[in-house]
Unconditional design. Structure first.
Lengths: 311, 432
């Protein structure tokens, strides 16, 4: 694995390898030996063009636990805010010897350009690009699903995952549809028609406009963040109507199977797509998703940087 | 032997369009003789080649004044000559905008100084391309540049009342409004064709309906006021249907398609390489089939390049930061050859019509698009269909390198271009 740009880059074997590696790394971390040595002397740059404290911290923690040197480069207050182009920033990082660049960018495809335009030679990890993809989020979601529904082993064959909300603008949804399919899960997208991408009927998933009709049989419900500003562009009339039709409240949650889990990539709009009671309930694995994010990102960095030392 | 304005040329054994090989003598700026065994001061071997009337581009961005780092009237004229063109229409979205007699005369004069093609300035429809008030259309028409084509290209004249007035007003001087059909609200932030691929790539979509809705409105407006309408860079199957319907109703509308919309489909965007970022965007396979069929049956009247040069910093970046547009003058004839002639959809007579005769008529350029016969102005292109060339962006004549064909092999090659009797290209090399 040279780069991780899209969840579609991961074959079934790759995906299982990442999840298994993450599991081992999590176990090794839990044994409390402190930092693991495999990326000692390697440099990982966190190149964040968008504010994303949680993802950046997660990648930073992952790299540091593997003993990598971490450089955080955020757009604000840097040369980027002085108008430096992505290309020039990339050339700078290359000159400084970055072994891997973790990039978050508002432009869909920016990680592809960084990896393929000939600007840098190191590995590129997509940490979220525009409305395109967020593959490490999909990996941590798969990891979380696997540990709850499949005892932390194998794939997700036969697992029914319902993803609800603003699919149109969601990089999380795109990556999840791809990866969950690779792992054998069945995905259903639920959203008002305005928040589904054109051509979604050609995706490898079911599509529904009706949340109530989609709860039964779901092993997991993943609620996507819905920005309140979307109603200004007429995607839906107002927040109240949205949450009454597509929000996950306690009544709806109680209709889920006993074993079903509730997920959210964060940050949540409590009261909008998810009620506070649901977010804080027993079924919610939202905090666990965050913890798993570090393990999965450790695995991705480890595999991309080809850590040769034994763990 | 040195060439001068007085030098005569004979092109030996060249096929005029789909005809048998013959000789053509060019003298004193006109076609002096056509026949067998002719001689002249200089000989051009035309064996195996096709002679077409010099190509006329109705849609060229020469960028001067304002973006001389991307192209100038001179560099664009050179690129045009290399592509076999003898006339280009310079679009109005310069800086300052070509919305006054002063600016169009400046561009026209720069074209005269370059002296490689007829540079016909296009006038803006609205002041500053802002879509709110008419530009001085009459003053531009009456100027030395004698503007006949008016366009806010790059932007759509989206206000229906203003479009109606523009269509009416230009009738006074036999002008035409060339519309960039793009409903602005449906295309806010649009990055590529809205379809399965845009959904997958997470790039904001530019739906076909945003083009078709404006074309439908405009043909009805043109019908209502009895005016002449030209539709720029038509790109969707639905647009072809609307134009076909309008023509069947006798509406006075003409339409153009670009070489890149004949050639590429939107799946090339999967590379996220902004070299493929263009407006209107590259469309689907069925759209490409429809515009090819429309061009072949004459529903679409002409091929126009929409040659849009950009400096490399505007393309060597992430997709959404990149500029829209691609160069096209140097590759147009080869692309039309590959997509329309090699596929059996058109013969050379049809190519001459779509790339020379019809655009000259729409632009009211009387000395261009003339039949290849004795007495016609000697505006000619000699094209060798047996040659092929791999496109190398570093070797373009245009001042910009944003050709989407870089690394691809295109069939055919312009061997010679004659502009008013003088060779601007000879032996496949620029002669200026």
């Amino acid at each position: 694995m040279k780069h991780l740009l899209s969840a579609a880059d991961l074959s079934y074997e790759d995906a299982i390898l990442v999840l298994d590696t993450a599991k081992q790394l999590a176990a090794a971390t839990e044994q409390g030996v402190g930092k693991l040595p495999p990326l000692r002397g390697r440099t990982v740059v966190n190149l964040f063009y968008e504010d994303s404290t949680r993802t950046r911290i997660s990648f930073e923690a992952a790299a540091k636990r593997l003993s990598a040197d971490v450089i955080n480069f955020s757009a604000k207050g840097s040369s980027v805010s002085k108008g430096e182009s992505l290309k020039d920033t990339a050339l700078t990082l290359e000159a400084m010897g970055a072994d891997a660049v973790v990039i978050r960018h508002s432009s869909s495809g920016a990680p592809h350009r960084l990896a393929n335009a000939g600007w840098i030679s190191g590995g590129v990890v997509n940490a979220g690009d525009g409305t395109h993809e967020h593959p490490t989020q999909a990996l941590l979601d798969a990891y979380t699903l696997r540990s709850h529904l499949r005892n932390g082993e194998g794939d997700l064959k036969g697992v029914n995952v319902t993803i609800v909300g603003d699919v149109l603008h969601s990089r999380v949804a795109r990556s999840n549809v791809l990866l969950l399919n690779t792992l054998g899960a069945k995905v259903r997208l639920v959203a008002p028609p305005t928040l589904l991408p054109y051509g979604v009927e050609d995706w490898d998933c079911e599509v529904s406009y009706d949340l109530d009709a989609s709860l039964e049989g779901s092993d997991a419900v993943m609620m996507l963040r819905v920005q309140r500003e979307r109603m200004n562009a007429a995607y839906f009339p107002n927040a109240h109507e949205y949450s009454s039709r597509y929000g996950l409240n306690v009544t709806r949650m109680n209709r889920l199977a006993e074993s079903a889990v509730v997920m959210h990539p964060g940050p949540m709009n409590r009261g909008m797509e998810i009620s506070a009671d649901v977010a804080d309930s027993q079924r919610s694995v939202i905090v666990e998703q965050v913890a798993n994010g570090v393990s999965v990102r450790m695995a991705v960095l480890y595999l991309i940087l080809g850590g040769s030392e034994s763990m | 032997m040195t060439s001068s304005a007085k030098t005569s040329y004979v092109i030996k054994d060249v096929a005029i369009l789909d005809g048998k090989p013959t000789d053509i003598v060019i003298k004193d700026g006109v076609i002096a003789e056509i026949g067998k065994g002719l001689t002249a001061d200089q000989t051009v071997n035309g064996s195996g080649c096709i002679a077409l009337p010099g190509l006329v581009d109705l849609h060229t961005h020469l960028r001067e004044p304002g973006r001389e780092d991307a192209e100038t009237v001179l560099s664009g004229s050179r690129a045009a000559a290399m592509g076999g063109f003898t006339a280009v229409h310079a679009m109005a979205n310069t800086n300052p905008v070509a919305d006054t007699a002063g600016v169009v005369e400046q561009v026209w004069r720069l074209g005269q100084e370059a002296g490689l093609v007829d540079v016909r300035p296009v006038g803006a429809v609205t002041m500053g391309l802002e879509g709110t008030a008419l530009a001085e259309l009459g003053a531009m028409a009456d100027s030395a540049a004698a503007v006949r084509v008016f366009s806010d290209d790059g932007k759509c004249v989206h206000d229906a009342a203003l479009m109606r007035r523009a269509l009416e007003y230009v009738k006074a001087f036999d002008g035409v409004v060339a519309q960039h059909a793009q409903e602005p609200r449906l295309t806010e932030g649009a990055q590529m064709n809205e379809g399965v691929i845009s959904g997958k790539l997470g790039l904001a979509g530019w739906p076909a309906v945003a083009e078709e809705a404006i074309i439908a409105r405009d043909v009805l407006l043109a019908h209502h006021v009895g005016s002449r309408l030209h539709v720029c860079h038509l790109s969707t199957a639905g647009s072809v249907e609307i134009i076909r319907w309008a023509k069947s109703r006798g509406i006075n509308v003409t339409a153009e398609v670009t070489p890149h919309h004949l050639y590429f489909t939107d799946d090339v965007v999967e590379s996220y390489d902004p070299i493929f970022k263009v407006n209107p965007p590259l469309r689907t396979k069925s759209d490409v089939a429809a515009v090819r069929a429309g061009l072949a049956d004459g529903t679409i009247n002409i091929v126009a390049t929409d040659h849009a040069p950009h400096p490399s910093e505007d393309k060597d970046c992430e997709w959404t930061a990149a500029a829209f547009g691609m160069t096209g003058l140097e590759s147009a004839l080869s692309v039309v050859y590959e997509t329309m002639v090699q596929t059996g959809l058109m013969n050379w007579a049809a190519v001459a019509d779509r790339m020379s005769v019809a655009p000259a008529q729409i632009g009211r350029v009387s000395t261009q698009g003339q039949p290849i016969e004795v007495g016609s102005p000697a505006n000619l292109v000699i094209f060798d269909p047996r040659a092929s060339q791999e496109v190398d962006a570093r070797k373009t004549v245009s001042a910009s390198r944003n050709t989407p064909y870089a690394g691809r092999t295109l069939p055919g090659k312009v061997v010679a271009t004659f502009y008013r009797g003088k060779p601007t290209v000879l032996n496949g090399e620029l002669n200026a």
